[in-house]
Design a protein. Structure first.
Length: 130
């Protein structure tokens, strides 16, 4: 059976919401690619070693898993979810058959997380400017 890599935003989201998004994306991929696909487990439960950049550590693990993929599904680009953008670029550059879905369709909570982050950054910047 062919393998599917699901690039799903995780930063600031609950495990439950992440897994729901992945289930939706799996179903969408099977419809688009017109076949049953085995999902590569990309939800990494390990913790990075101390004194490491966590985001890069998780991305490295993710890229290792991406090497197994026959197919890729990800979300439209967002600067907030940089790792997803890197995964998408790698899949494209290395010829992994890919599709992209609108983030707000499969993970509306992620849109809220991103908005809340940028609003908090605006508050922090305006407070520091005083």
């Amino acid at each position: 059976m062919k393998k599917l890599f699901i690039s799903c935003p995780m930063k600031g989201r609950t495990e439950e919401n992440i897994r729901k998004s992945m289930e939706q994306m799996h179903k969408i991929a099977e419809i688009i690619f017109d076949q049953e696909l085995e999902v590569i487990p990309t939800y990494i439960e390990d913790n990075p070693p101390e004194n490491n950049n966590q985001a890069i550590w998780y991305l490295g693990k993710s890229i290792q898993l991406l090497a197994e993929a026959d197919y890729f599904i990800g979300v439209d680009y967002s600067e907030f979810y940089k790792g997803c953008s890197v995964e998408r670029t790698i899949a494209r550059d290395y010829g992994i058959r890919s599709t992209i879905v609108e983030m707000n369709v499969v993970m509306p909570d992620a849109v809220d997380v991103e908005r809340d982050f940028f609003l908090s950054m605006e508050k922090t910047c305006s407070t520091k400017a005083r």
